[in-house]
Design a protein around this ligand. Structure first.
Ligand SMILES: Cc1cc2nc3c(=O)[nH]c(=O)nc-3n(C[C@H](O)[C@H](O)[C@H](O)COP(=O)(O)O)c2cc1C
Length: 206
């Protein structure tokens, strides 16, 4: 749908979804969030992933991944109307590739490019009490420093009360287990609700 609207030259609000995913769970969440974004006819989800951080941090990955969506560039942030970032939970925090990407955004911070844009966060962990809330708040902190309007998911979304796995008021979440199990019905609903909420907010702000 977003492609069709783009081809019709309608100016859409770009909602950038930047994520790191080593084994695919966070990537599956990003796809559901993009469906939520695209449910707003005025918005277009733009998916971008992040490369591994190498042992030598200045050693760069090829600029185009072997498969899947393109890697995010810092410049992608400038013209987005909203930003949603996602990472697996690594010891209660975001994973290094997302932190490394965010640590390159100080020129945008100096220029105030992100001030007033809506922002949201999402994560997957292997265990239910493996630190999802702290991972989600760790990703909110840089967005707040950028002056973004950080939002979670309100309890008017039924999935938050019905879930027995992921989906939190701080953002979308998924309990992936040891084998990377599929998103539950409620986790999927929360992903879509987050995408739609950021999309709707970007329109109201504009
Ligand atoms: C270095 C490292 C630390 C991790 N720390 C935690 C943790 O503290 N709690 C948890 O539940 N899972 C933890 N995990 C598991 C990942 O969060 C989980 O496998 C996640 O679903 C991976 O997402 P992905 O499939 O998108 O890569 C850790 C994994 C790695 C590699």
């Amino acid at each position: 749908m977003a492609d069709l609207r783009s081809r019709c030259s309608i100016s859409l609000h770009k909602i950038l979804i930047v994520y790191y995913s080593r084994h695919g769970s966070v990537a599956r969440m990003a796809e559901q969030i993009s469906i939520g974004v695209d449910s707003n006819q005025a918005c277009e989800a733009v998916l971008r992933c992040l490369p591994e951080v190498s042992a030598n941090s200045e050693q760069r990955e090829p600029s185009i991944p072997a498969q899947g969506v393109p890697y995010a560039q810092v410049s992608d942030l400038e013209d987005c109307a909203g930003l949603i970032i996602g990472s697996p939970g690594y010891f209660g925090n975001m994973a290094a590739p997302l932190k490394y990407f965010l640590d390159q955004t100080s020129p945008l911070w100096l220029g105030g490019s992100m001030i007033g844009k809506p922002g949201g966060v999402f994560t997957a962990t292997s265990s239910q009490h493996g630190g999802q809330e702290t991972v989600l708040t760790s990703m909110m902190l840089p967005l707040l420093h950028h002056g973004m309007l950080v939002t979670g998911i309100p309890y008017s979304e039924p999935a938050l009360n019905q879930t027995s796995s992921g989906a939190t008021p701080y953002g979308a979440s998924h309990v992936a287990g040891q084998q990377g199990q599929p998103l539950s019905e409620h986790e999927t609903a929360a992903c879509r609700a987050l995408g739609k909420r950021i999309a709707d907010l970007s329109c109201r702000i504009a």
